[in-house]
Write a protein that binds this ligand. Structure first.
Ligand code: SF4
Length: 258
């Protein structure tokens, strides 16, 4: 089972906002998605996001952000306490909205950690990133009034305006080992994925092989994934992209800290 940190125990009121990062949770588990699925990793999940996907699987980092500020030293100490994992997944929310993300990634690099940054690809930063795991959000993610988990659709316009930044996507692809990981809600998403991959390929100077384009079924529970995973796998075969599971859901359903 994943090892959950006693986050409450490491939350410090001594780390002022200006010196730290808002942390929602910190735990050790298996990377569940992408090229490194299955690798034991420490997850550092920041709170706060510039988007509001209706299907967000970390609701308490986006729709209702919660967490506490930890200093860089406190975060690194906690990561180091999991002495069997040498991979760190820096995730959110959207971790790249945090100014202190660069300092944290530098500190983790100094200790020799492999860092994966899970990002929606709307913000570029020059940082010690070993794998940019970029998940551009499709039109099907927009929290329309019918899909808004809070009920009124007030985020729909902002989400729609912000969700794609081709320059940021191209810079991430050019500067880092990367994967483009799409949350697929159904077959109707594939045309937008094709168009978007084409636009990023045009804007970037680095080639994007099909095997770095990953299709992942949308779903936060095993029941939801059961309904979609085969369709998404068949799309991957049909279009020559890679399928990625959501291993943590397959293994532990929607348990927190996984
Ligand atoms: S970009 Fe990611 S963290 Fe932000 S709302 Fe969408 S799924 Fe949630």
């Amino acid at each position: 089972m994943p090892v959950a940190s006693d986050v409450e125990a490491i939350r410090s009121d001594d780390a002022p906002e200006s010196e730290g990062l808002p942390i929602n949770e910190l735990f050790c588990s298996l990377q569940g998605e992408g090229k490194l699925a299955g690798v034991p990793s420490v997850f550092v999940r920041t709170s706060g996001c510039n988007l509001r996907c209706w299907f967000c699987d970390s609701y308490h980092t986006s729709w209702e952000p919660t967490g506490a500020y930890l200093s860089i030293d406190e975060i690194v100490d906690e990561v180091r306490s999991y002495d069997r994992a040498d991979h760190v997944v820096f995730t959110g929310g959207e971790p790249m909205i945090q100014d202190k993300s660069v300092a944290l990634l530098d500190a983790l690099a100094d200790y020799g950690y492999h860092t994966t940054v899970e990002t929606n690809g709307t913000i570029y930063r020059d940082a010690a990133i070993d794998l940019a795991s970029i998940s551009p959000k499709l039109a099907s993610s927009t929290p329309t009034p019918e899909r808004d988990p809070k009920g009124d659709g007030e985020w729909a316009d902002r989400h729609e305006r912000r969700r794609i930044d081709i320059d940021a996507l191209a810079a991430l692809v050019d500067d880092y080992d990367s994967q483009l990981k799409f949350v697929v809600t159904g077959r109707e998403d594939i045309q937008e994925i094709e168009r978007l991959v084409g636009r990023v390929r045009e804007a970037a100077t680095t080639g994007i092989p099909d095997e770095d384009v990953l299709l992942m079924p949308e779903g936060m529970t095993q029941v939801e994934l059961d309904a979609k995973r085969n369709d998404v796998a068949e799309l991957a075969v049909e279009y020559g992209y890679r399928y990625t599971p959501r291993l943590h859901v397959d293994l532990w359903n929607d348990a927190p800290g996984t």
